[in-house]
Design a protein. Structure first.
Length: 349
């Protein structure tokens, strides 16, 4: 048996309890978990009523995972016990066209699958061990496994969102980041590492605004401090080439739209439940509005390479498995700077 943080039912708080250690099947590996990032989407999972998602509890939480290979199942090659690895989070069927291209985040059979990802339908990494398809493991190299855990989502998701808009982030351009939390603080660093764009951050927290400036933001304002007016003024009233909304509420989407420009990109990443009214005259001409989901496995390798080169770094606060619910409580209260990481095998690391 092993200890794990289990979501037993919809609209319930998770609890730490004993569950069986999983056995790796053919093509799978068993990972001794080093770190499992706690994400705001986990809070949404806890709040969903029955019937919203195509799967049901119970399952172990934790979709941002790193660790060490413990054992492998039949037919696994190229993965060795003791190797430090990151787990690519969005699990597809592995066989459709997009999966074969490494884009399991956009699996063509996603609607048929009941297990979407570790910690999201499938048992996740907030446990001592995690069973993983071996094809979805990426070597960590010299990166610290605990610190690297959030890179699998909090790093990968903004990286993918930014990479798809690199063509508009030319010298003289502006990128706006709304929400400087777990994903937003990584987006600031990725923008600074990949683009010459002026980086503007909007957040309600003075502490997060201060952190944003430390991480490379050129400007950082609260929404109440005339943020839209300042963005329009800084861009000669044209708006930003890219607006990344890591909140997704009605208020943040309204701000994102007001900060966007003709032929710009407005990318919605946050799951705040807001809506963006669309009409012919309601958005700037040819402004591309998109949502994104994670990134592909090649992009995860690129994120890890940026981290190994020292260009980006996830700021983490660690919690033992027994303190995991405390991490979520503090996250809900906005008291985590960067990312909370659960360490089920801290003593073994």
């Amino acid at each position: 048996m092993m200890r794990a943080l289990v979501l037993s039912g919809w609209q319930q708080s998770p609890e730490v309890r004993d569950v069986p250690v999983p056995e790796p099947r053919a093509g799978e590996a068993l990972i001794r978990v080093a770190g499992a990032g706690a994400c705001h989407s986990d809070l949404h999972l806890m709040e969903f009523p029955p019937g919203v998602l195509p799967f049901d509890p119970p399952f172990v939480l934790g979709h941002e995972n790193t660790g060490w290979v413990e054992t492998v199942g039949d037919g696994v090659a190229g993965v060795h016990p003791g190797e430090a690895v990151a787990v690519f989070g969005p699990w597809g069927c592995g066989f459709c066209r997009t999966c074969r291209q490494g884009e399991e985040n956009y699996c063509e059979r996603a609607g048929e699958l009941n297990e979407m990802a570790p910690g999201i339908g499938h048992d996740g990494g907030m446990a001592e061990f995690l069973r993983v398809p071996a094809r979805l493991l990426v070597p960590l190299g010299d990166l610290d496994p605990v610190e690297a855990a959030p890179l699998t989502d909090a790093g990968l998701t903004p990286y993918h969102a930014i990479k798809r808009s690199l063509d508009v982030l030319v010298p003289g351009s502006t990128a706006v980041v709304i929400g400087a939390g777990g994903l937003g603080h990584m987006a600031i660093q990725i923008l600074a590492a990949l683009t010459p764009a002026r980086i503007v951050v909007v957040d309600v927290s003075d502490a997060k605004l201060a952190q944003a400036r430390e991480l490379g933001a050129d400007d950082a304002w609260a929404p109440a401090d005339d943020a839209v007016t300042r963005i329009r003024s800084a861009t000669k009233d044209l708006g930003a080439q890219l607006v990344l909304d890591f909140v997704g509420s009605d208020e943040s989407l309204s701000l994102a739209l007001a900060a966007s420009r003709v032929r710009g990109h407005l990318t919605i990443v946050g799951l705040g439940g807001g809506t963006l009214p669309l009409s012919f005259f309601g958005i700037p001409y040819e402004c591309s509005v998109a949502t994104t989901y994670w990134g592909n496995i090649t992009e995860l390798r690129e994120v890890l390479a940026l981290a190994e080169a020292g260009r980006i770094r996830s700021r983490v606060e660690t919690f033992s498995l027994e303190r995991a619910t405390e991490a979520y409580e503090r996250m809900a209260a906005g008291q985590i700077e960067g990312r909370a990481v659960i360490t089920p095998n801290a003593s073994a690391a």
